[in-house]
Every structure is written in structure tokens, then in C-alpha cells.
Design a protein around this ligand. Structure first.
Ligand code: TRP
Length: 362
């Protein structure tokens, strides 16, 4: 994995440096005793996963699973409704995500893939949790503010405003104690910790009903999309894991570069070229400087050829596995059904404890 990292100057306002220091300690604890950690993480079902997701979080998830950490992967289907009226093509998007997960090596024998809407006890936790946070706390969440600013809807719906509490229910219903996150998710995790703490204080009667989950901040490299802005499903500038070799070549051929012929790795002054160099470097597991030096005077066309080859070679086994899984829809659905069942059992047990603590076990 590359050590390249991009942080905005304001990131410390979100406690990023503290989270980074703690994450280094957590990494050591994971190596020593992976069995004491349960992870919950997930991706909204709004489209196919892409290389930005892969090198940002997915790769890390599989690494943690393979180290022996217990992994729950949520497909938060209700969260899709925060910035749109109807979650279009939901079944298709959910199944595409499951395919992506299986293809990259999430192993349903060890890990659990599930959807929000299939776990009633999870959703029920939303109600007591909402009573534990104030409206002004919800109002202050910088990630939600940002999403509202970028939403194309004319008004903000209640789910947008409260989804971080829903996310707390995702995490706490499974009693996960570790959440691998990018910086934008830190406010949500902080809120989850607040909810856990307040629930324990108010209802725990001296016991700890909920753990306070910790953020595991990953060293996510910043990959730009083919237009030079952040790689994102909604911007149409992403290379999907499921894209075929020709589509990948076409997308990379059309990627934005700059007027300077000599290829260098300099993310600050040459973001587009450097992101392409970085992508090849990540796929080839070597330093980006080395990739840039090798190409040097050969220019952007040679760079794009290198990137295309590197990406296609790296993704070939993932794509082959994905195609195989895609042939067997019954197995796909069975994987999800089993994950949902497993999660329901865990969340039901948590809700039973909550009812007892809240004196509402009738
Ligand atoms: N909000 C996350 C996102 O938009 C997705 C998500 C939902 C999630 N529930 C979660 C992530 C629980 C981690 C843990 O990417």
C-alpha cells in the first residue's frame, strides 16, 4: 500500500490528527488480538463500486478480514433516501454491491453482508437513540451540512437530518467496536460514541450496554476521476471495478492531463497527471515516483498506456471472479439472505438488552 495521503488543512478541526494517532495504536492491537474487534462498515447502494472505493476502503476491509477481525458490511438502503425521493433500481444496486464485495474477497463464510431494511431491530433502535441527541447537535454535523449544500433537492428531508443517528443504530445494533472510516465520517462516529455513552449513562444502571466504537482512519490515497475532480459515482468520472478492459482503456485514454510533456509525480502542482501515476503505482504496488521516472519524457500517451495495463492486470482476477458470481444469482441472493439472518439475530439480542435496560420488556 502506498503511504501517500492527502489531508486538507482544516482537517484537524475534526480531530483528524488524534484519530490518526489512535489508529496507529489500534493497528498494533489488531495484529496482536484481531478477535477482540468487530467492524461495521458499508456503502450506499447507488451504483457500482469504483477504483476510488477500492483503494480508499475496500482493500483495507479485506485486509482486516484476513487478519481475523470480525467484519459486518452494511448496505444502507434506507440511507439512499437522504438526498433523493426514490431509491431507483434498488435491487439491482444492492446485488451489484454484493457482487463487488464477493469479487474483491469479502468471504461470507467469515464476514456478514446485510441490508438496513431487512433488520427491524436495528431500525427500532433509531427511536430511543433520537431521544438522546439534541436538534442543535444534529444541526451542527459538518458532513450533513456539506451533503445538504450539494443536494439537488429543494428541501431537506427528515432522514437526511437524522441519518447519522440511524448510522449509530447500524453500528451499535451489532455492537461493533471498530469502524474504518474516511475523514468525512468522523463526525458520524463521534455522534455514535455520544449515543452509546448517553444510553449507558441514562439506562445502563452501572453496566455498559454499548461499547464506544473507535474510528480506524485509513491512509486513503486520493484518486481523482478522469476529469481531474474527486472520483465519484455521481460525477460519471469513475472507473468501476466491473468495467471491462476496453471500457477501462477508453476511460483512461480520455482522462485529463496537462500541457507539460515530461511526466513527474507532483500531486500539489500536477494533480491530474499525478493521480494517474498514483493509480498505476497502487496497482503495481510500488512508489509513484518510480513509475513517473520510468515514463518521464515519453509523455502522457505512454503514461496512459502504463495505467491502462496496470489497472487491467490488477483487476483481471477480480473481474473474472465477479463474472463468475454474476452467473449464479441464486447464490448471490442466498448470501444476502444469510447475512440478513445473522444480523437479525445479533440485532434482536441487542434490542432485547435495550428493552430490559429501558424497562420496556413486557
Ligand atoms: N454513511 C456512510 C456513507 O455514506 C455509509 C454507512 C451507513 C456506514 N452506515 C454505516 C459506514 C455504518 C460505516 C458504518 O458512506
Amino acid at each position: 500500500m502506498s503511504t501517500t495521503q492527502t489531508m486538507t488543512p482544516s482537517s484537524d478541526a475534526l480531530g483528524t490528527s488524534a484519530a490518526q494517532a489512535r489508529s496507529a495504536v489500534l493497528e498494533e492491537l489488531i495484529l496482536k488480538d484481531p478477535g477482540r474487534f468487530r467492524i461495521l462498515t458499508g456503502d450506499r447502494p447507488t451504483g457500482r463500486l469504483h477504483l476510488g472505493h477500492y483503494f480508499g476502503t475496500l482493500h483495507n476491509r479485506v485486509r482486516l478480514q484476513n487478519l481475523g477481525v470480525e467484519l459486518f458490511v452494511i448496505i444502507p438502503d434506507y440511507q439512499v433516501l437522504t438526498d433523493r425521493d426514490v431509491a431507483d433500481n434498488l435491487t439491482e444496486h444492492v446485488e451489484e454491491l454484493v457482487l463487488d464485495y464477493l469479487a474483491i474477497g469479502i468471504d461470507p463464510a467469515r464476514s456478514t453482508i446485510f441490508t438496513h431494511s431487512a433488520v427491524p431491530a436495528l431500525n427500532q433502535l433509531m427511536l430511543p437513540f433520537l431521544s438522546l441527541v439534541s436538534v442543535s447537535e444534529l444541526n451542527r454535523n459538518p458532513t450533513v451540512k456539506d451533503e445538504i449544500a450539494h443536494s439537488r433537492q429543494s428541501s431537506v428531508n427528515g432522514l437526511m437530518f437524522t441519518y447519522p443517528v440511524h448510522q449509530a443504530a447500524d453500528i451499535l445494533s451489532c455492537k461493533a467496536n471498530l469502524v474504518p472510516v474516511g475523514q468525512d465520517q468522523l463526525p458520524h462516529l463521534e455522534l455514535t460514541r455520544t449515543v452509546a455513552r448517553r444510553f449507558n449513562d441514562r439506562y445502563g444502571n452501572g453496566t455498559t450496554v454499548f461499547p464506544q466504537p473507535e474510528a480506524l482512519l485509513s491512509k486513503a490515497p486520493l484518486l481523482l476521476g478522469t476529469d481531474g475532480t474527486k472520483m465519484s459515482k455521481s460525477r460519471g468520472n469513475a472507473i468501476a471495478l466491473a468495467a471491462d478492459a476496453d471500457e477501462t482503456a477508453r476511460l483512461i485514454r480520455g482522462a485529463k492531463t496537462d500541457a507539460e510533456r515530461h511526466i513527474t509525480y507532483d500531486p500539489a502542482t500536477r494533480p491530474e497527471v499525478s493521480s494517474l501515476v498514483l493509480l498505476a503505482a497502487l496497482c503495481q504496488n510500488r512508489p509513484p515516483q518510480e513509475v513517473a521516472e520510468e515514463i518521464g519524457p515519453a509523455g502522457a500517451a505512454a503514461l496512459k498506456r502504463t495505467v491502462t495495463e496496470a489497472v487491467n492486470e490488477y483487476l483481471a482476477p477480480i473481474r473474472a471472479r465477479r463474472a463468475e458470481y454474476a452467473q449464479d444469482r441464486a447464490h448471490l441472493r442466498q448470501t444476502l439472505r444469510e447475512g440478513n439472518e445473522r444480523t437479525r439475530a445479533v440485532a434482536d439480542a441487542t434490542l432485547a438488552e435495550v428493552r430490559t435496560a429501558m424497562n420496556s420488556h413486557y
